[in-house]
Design a protein. Sequence first.
Length: 644
Amino acid sequence: MIAFRNFALRRGERLLLSDVDLALHAGWRVGVVGRNGTGKSSLFAAIRGEVEADRGDLDVPGRVRIASVAQETPSLPDAAIDFVLSGDTDVAAALRAEAEATAAEDWEAVAEAHHRLAELNGYDATARAGRLLHGLGFGAEAHQRPVSAFSGGWRVRLNLARALMMPSDMLLLDEPTNHLDLDAVLWLEQWLLKYPGTLLLISHDREFLDNVATHTLHLHDGKAKLYVGDYTAFERQRSEHLRQQQIAHEKEQAERAHLQSFIDRFRAQATKARQAQSRIKRLAKLAGTEAVRAERELRIELPAPHKLPHALLRLNDARCGYAASRRAANHESPATNHDVVVLDGVGFGLEPGDRIGLLGANGAGKSTLVKSLVGELPLLAGERAAHPDLRIGYFAQHTVEALKAGTSPIDHLRELAPDSPVQAFRDFLGKWNFPGDRAFECIDTFSGGERARLALALIAWRQPNVLLLDEPTNHLDLDMREALAEALSDFEGAIVLVSHDRHLIGLVSDTFWRVADGTVQPFDGDLDEYAAWLRSRPAPGAKPAPQSTGAASLGVAPQPSIATPPADAAKRAKPKVNPHRLARAEARVQELEAEIAAVDAELADPAVYSAGSARAAELARRQGELRETLERAEAELLALYEAA
């Protein structure tokens, strides 16, 4: 159990948290939420013992093994799988001892090393490390590549895999879904549901929090309040708490006014003096309930497109990838004399009002497709047909880093429109939550979320009629993501969106296209069906599907394609479902939902926690198991419905 008693935390001169009194019990999966700058990462640093409390106590049991994701990855020559395996320091030490003893032909030491490995269940450690790499999107051929050969985003994944490999009683994850694709996010979700220890999770992905968290810790206005349930349950409880607080405040203010009125009228009258004094004492004892201070609602605005013609953009029989001449010019190694084809036979068009979400693993070609649509990456073959009035707004994963250091938001807009008045810039930036003097501040002091918001604002200034957004939500908090989803929903042009945030992509996208196996094809289903398909993929070690040139070159785990039979053949081949089997599946789903509701109700009872942590931890684990079982049951029921 972690206990905070009158805990306060300061960073520099800024007081982040004060008067925190709460306890986190073993087995809980706690989502830590709050706007950027409320102290979430600093709280993790305090739990790890990296910063001292400004006041009060933070009690973490001394023997608790804490695992967290390293912020930096040195450029190591170690193979990726060895780097991940080293997360389990005891097993890694035993394996080194075994190798050294074998080389020295010290058979007694070899026997001792074998005994130690058996104690640690170390013989399957390499397989466990391989499964972690596979789940996070590394192809089998990438396992032996040196860490130094991977880009920054992939090194973040290696750090995450290493933290998951580490035996731990407590796991601290700070925005683990950044740099992950949707496939890897869904895999991580399932892994965390099976994690037996205590999980503290900072995330701005509400779907991820809803599916993983059993409790929610909300940091706001220097305070920390614990709620039972996932993020949606937290929102519901917080809304009700604020409503009750406002009712209590209004009731108290009415009583104050009534008492003050009596005091003012009768304080000077001898016959009423005693009663007036009684009311003065009563007035002093009132609790002083604060009024609810409404947080400023974040709203952003995408201007209407300058022009909105039909047939905005189209790729016809396109081959997308990297030309040999381009690779040589960029000094890529190894240099090749042939093109690297990532996607072939692409037919993809955009009309006003299209809202397309791209699905597929990192490295499958989503970013390659977006770059080809932008025109940043010339086609290897085929045609890119663009309307003369096409105006693209492109947010790439490197867009935020491209902002110029030492300049202000106003400076960035002035580069785009030198002749526009400063007041027009200020009015526009105010709509993107850079009010007043913030428009003149140096961006060097901005947070990652503020920089991402500025990058989106610069795109919006150009009044594009096509938005190509590649992971725009990294660094954005939940409120900003909601504001972005609303703005995109009102946008009149076409949108192509790549995002691991299921809430955003589900709200914005009307259709989905799947990028895999070197092709781009419509995906006839929603995100739940895509998740069900991912769970049905062959496990590691199964016979892989043929790889496209592009997927193989990028070290991505091969994925089977979905064959779509002709409509008549599919109709003839459709099996008839036994109605009794369908009824049993429906009953099973209802039974599991009832069990989950019962567990949720018991977890909501404060008496469970006062009686000790064992029952609460048991209920939390049971809740996770039931949710996982329910997902499988719902997937089975969905398959039966489709086949019926």
